[in-house]
Write a protein of this length. Structure first.
Length: 73
């Protein structure tokens, strides 16, 4: 019997934001500024300290020119 490991949406979005941010060579502070967010917001998201709203998830997806679903896969 195999055990399937489930990853939370919070963790998936955090990992995908990190991946996209690093591949775009942008730091957390500059991403926050580009999105008009508090300076520490991206850091808190990536550390899974806060939940992301749909609006902010959409803004991040738009910034990286990906579908919202990409951040949750």
């Amino acid at each position: 019997m195999s055990q399937e490991v489930k990853i939370s949406a919070r963790k998936l979005s955090a990992l995908n934001i990190i991946k996209l941010r690093k591949s775009a060579n942008i730091n957390k502070e500059n991403l926050s500024l580009a999105l008009g967010l508090d300076n520490s917001y991206i850091s808190k998201l990536e550390k899974e300290k806060i939940n992301i709203t749909i609006d902010k998830l959409e803004a991040i997806a738009n910034y990286f020119n990906v579908e919202v679903s990409t951040l949750l896969k």
